[in-house]
Design a protein around this ligand. Structure first.
Ligand SMILES: [Zn+2]
Ligand SMILES: [Zn+2]
Length: 296
């Protein structure tokens, strides 16, 4: 009897333990029986943050993998926020074209009144100015002023307007000399006003100005050699009585030119080949000359 009681007690104790175990369930972190099922969440990279993928299981377990490099900003050109005016500076910035983060800002300088002006050189004796170039002038119709900085403008300088796109030039009556190649290769030049004050037209001054059709030179005394070389559009020129010197081939390649001279015959100071002209339309190597021309 004593033995049976002992067995019953043991069974009862065992049953109690079993019942307890069923009611409490497994401990929360005890995953012996569970296989994780991960769901992917992809986080794409941005300009400033790396990309990655989160693998998460419903049980709360997760890990991060598949890291991708950040993209970096995509830089825009300067974007104007406010245009500059003559009173106030403007503003501009550079931003990322993707995330629009502002990456750089900068003022736009206040506008300055641009004065279009020819360029000038002061003479060696500092008493007058020489026009030395087109400067920042955009206009193709040029009126040269008679004074600059309070001093007279006396010379159109060496190569001053060479190859410029001038269409017309008015030379003031302060100018006495048109220097070498001053208007050389001004293909578009069709009109030049040379005042009586100009006494000297230097070598090749109007070289290859083939748009010129006529020219008046009332006060000139010296026309240097090749002064009008290649002015193939020039049809007439009047050489007034006061012209004492004309250099060799002053009108070479002026294919259509007739020269009207007030003088009755060639003055001594003119070169023997002053009117030499290749390919002249009359078939000679010299421009046609009309002596004793009377201006009206
Ligand atoms: Zn899990
Ligand atoms: Zn960005």
């Amino acid at each position: 009897m004593k033995n049976l009681q002992k067995i019953l007690t043991t069974l009862l104790l065992a049953g109690a333990t079993l019942a307890c175990a069923t009611a409490c369930g497994p401990a929360p972190n005890d995953s012996v029986e569970h296989t994780h099922t991960y769901e992917k969440t992809v986080k794409a990279p941005t300009c400033t943050k790396i990309g990655y993928t989160i693998y998460a299981c419903k049980c709360g377990d997760y890990y991060i993998d598949d890291r991708v490099q950040l993209l970096g900003h995509t830089v825009s050109d300067w974007i104007v926020d406010k245009e500059a005016t003559y009173e106030e500076a403007g503003a501009q910035h550079v931003e990322c074209t993707v995330c629009h983060e502002i990456l750089q800002t900068k003022d736009i300088p206040i506008l300055e009144e641009v004065i279009e002006e020819l360029s000038y050189t002061l003479s060696k004796d500092e008493t007058y100015y020489i026009v030395s170039g087109i400067g920042n002038c955009k206009d193709t119709d040029i009126v040269i002023p008679s004074t600059y900085n309070g001093k007279p403008v006396k010379t159109i300088g060496y190569l001053a307007f060479s190859r410029d796109k001038l269409t017309s030039v008015v030379i003031p009556d302060s100018v006495t000399m048109i220097d070498q190649m001053a208007f050389a290769m001004c293909d578009n030049l069709t009109s030049v006003v040379i005042p009586d004050s100009v006494t000297t037209i230097n070598r090749m001054a109007f070289y290859n100005c083939d748009g010129l059709t006529s020219i008046v030179i009332n006060g000139v005394t010296t026309i240097d050699k090749e002064a009008f070389f290649g002015c193939s559009g020039l049809t007439s020129i009047v050489i007034v009585d006061g012209v004492t010197t004309i250099g060799q081939a002053a009108f070479d390649w002026c294919k259509m030119l007739t020269i009207y001279c007030e003088a009755e015959e060639k003055p001594e100071g003119w070169d023997d080949n002053w009117n030499y002209c290749r390919k002249h339309s009359n078939g000679t190597d010299y421009c046609s000359v009309v002596w004793g021309y009377k201006s009206e």
